[in-house]
Design a protein around this ligand. Structure first.
Ligand code: ZN
Length: 293
């Protein structure tokens, strides 16, 4: 995943990290990536593990990644412990994030270093997070009591150097979940962080941002965009807005949802510039198995 993100960073585009919660989402994301010859990241968030069986969905994601004709990374999003990271690595993930961003700087750094030691030993990429992005994946983000904690470029520089993470999630105004209207983003802050760390940056809470906002984020070093709530809402809306969707049975309903999710993933791929990059990425980047060997 680090190689993939490095390529995106150097060529000023972003790879979508789309939230996988069912086989339908998995198939829809892979299909869109193959249609547009795009590298793609499958994001499995620990906050969703109560809603599906990890031991069934994770192998399916690995099988899909192996079979795909485009480069696919599998990433643990917001892992809650070192044990979670270990489980993901053993399951064949190519990237992990253990979320320590709600802790004090020194604690975040210490825990992240432990994750890095574990993951790098197995050739697995680590995403660190500095600053706090409030909200929950797929939930309402209005009237949150949690406060933003914006990322500081000076702290980011120290954090990256000392933790040796491969990419860094930043807090510059996005929120997890659903919002009314687009949030206000601090591009000046993002530009300073990018200058200070010079590595792929990650945006959490990509749902609901405008095309223009995405372009500016990517122009300032964002190479990975986490995107789930919009896909989840779209699937629900698709069922609600099509009262006859179940008339031809459950399988037809599922296919219809897959197509709707796939269309949105394709829109993101076009907008974020990852389309058509698969061949170059495959040529220039090491496969996860190669790194792990
Ligand atoms: Zn997140």
């Amino acid at each position: 995943m680090a190689d993939m993100l490095g390529h995106a960073y150097r060529h000023a585009y972003a790879v979508g990290a789309f939230g996988v919660v069912t086989l339908d989402f998995l198939e829809a994301i892979i299909k869109a990536a193959e249609n547009f010859r795009a590298p793609v990241i499958l994001n499995l968030a620990e906050s969703h593990f109560g809603y599906y069986d990890f031991d069934l969905l994770a192998p399916a994601a690995v099988a899909a990644a192996r079979r795909a004709s485009v480069p696919v990374a599998i990433h643990l999003d917001h892992g809650q412990s070192l044990e979670s990271a270990e489980r993901a690595i053993r399951s064949g993930f190519s990237g992990v994030m253990v979320d320590c961003s709600d802790r004090l700087f020194e604690d975040n750094l210490r825990l992240t270093r432990e994750v890095v030691a574990l993951a790098h030993a197995g050739g697995v990429t680590v995403e660190g997070e500095l600053g706090y992005v409030p909200g929950g994946e797929g939930e309402n983000a209005e009237n949150l009591s949690q406060e933003f904690e914006y990322t500081s470029h000076a702290e980011a520089k120290v954090f990256v150097a000392r933790s040796r993470v491969d990419c860094l999630a930043v807090s510059i105004g996005t929120r997890h979940g659903r919002m009314k209207g687009a949030p206000k983003l601090d591009y000046a802050r993002l530009a300073k962080i990018n200058e200070a760390v010079g590595m792929p940056l990650v945006i959490h809470g990509g749902s609901g941002l405008s095309d223009e906002q995405f372009r500016k984020l990517i122009a300032n070093g964002v190479a990975k965009i986490n995107y789930y709530t919009a896909l989840s809402d779209l699937a629900v809306r698709h069922i609600r807005d099509n009262p006859s969707i179940g008339d031809n049975g459950y399988m037809a309903l599922k296919r219809s949802i897959r197509e709707a999710v796939s269309a949105e993933v394709e829109r993101c791929i076009r907008l974020w510039g990852s389309g058509g990059r698969a061949a170059e990425v495959l040529e220039q980047c090491r496969a996860a198995v190669e790194v792990q060997a």
